[in-house]
Write a protein that binds this ligand. Sequence first.
Ligand SMILES: [Zn+2]
Length: 330
Amino acid sequence: MKKIALFVLALFTVSCALAQTTPPKRPLPIIDVHVHAMKVSPGFAVEMCPWFLRDMPGGDPTQNLQMRAFLNTDCVDPLQPAKSDEEMQKAVLATMERLNMTIVAYGDPQILRKWKKAAPDRVIPGIGVSSPNEMSVQAFTDSLSSGFYKVMGEVAPQYQGLSPSDMSLDGYFAAAEKLNIPVGIHMGTGGNGMANLTQAKYRASLGRPFLLEDVLARHPKLKIWVMHAGYPMLDEMIALMGANAYVYVDLAGFIWSYPQAEIHAYLKRLVQAGFGKRILYGTDFMMWPKLFEASISVIENADYLSFDQKRDILFNNAVRFFRLDANKFK
Ligand SMILES: [Zn+2]
């Protein structure tokens, strides 16, 4: 008995010594370019099963559709929403530390400032304008000039029934171009049944990547990334990126909502078409802290991507696009 105790003690000593000599390995850095810093609203906080759009329910306009009907919660372990702003902030900060992750975040200004204050090196704040009714060009320019915001996003004119090239938005893009601020524009998928549920002005046709051509032509120095990679309009996306050498895409939203075979087919085609250096990793995080890991796993499990291609998507491409200093992440 005593011998065993001594043996265990010896093992313990050895493992302690090992633990002291080899510091815990930090994961390689990740940049998530699409995070919503939202106030928690209890009515909207629901459980969610990732990749839930595998079965688009057939509805009827005479029936009252509920948001819940569109978020399938029929899985073993649905993701839980944060229940308060404090819980949300704690979970987001802890996840960033654990995954060695930096986020580009936009949304509620107060929440965003709290996150930034708590993790100054891990939060890159953005401010979006989707319609001229939200704020004047002057107010927007002043906000950008304050230095707090490094990114313009999420810009989502599609939900307002506007094309991104609509002249009513041109002054905002001109300001971003002048101040060298990169712009993220929502193009493509907006969630299943959004036009019926909460976004009556939403038009699928206003997510066509080709609608960006005029704004790109008017602002040749503007750096644009197409959020949601223009899903599902892959051919237009590829043609637009071919014609415009500075356009990048992010994978946000569809990476956790559509079936995995569909996500991989889309991503694989973008890489196959030669755009592996222009794909940014983004989640479209809203309220489920475990969504970060669930979404990253899609990239990590993509067997058609090499290690280097995964690193490009998860980190290197964002460093280049946002003109960051890679050394600061070491
Ligand atoms: Zn979006």
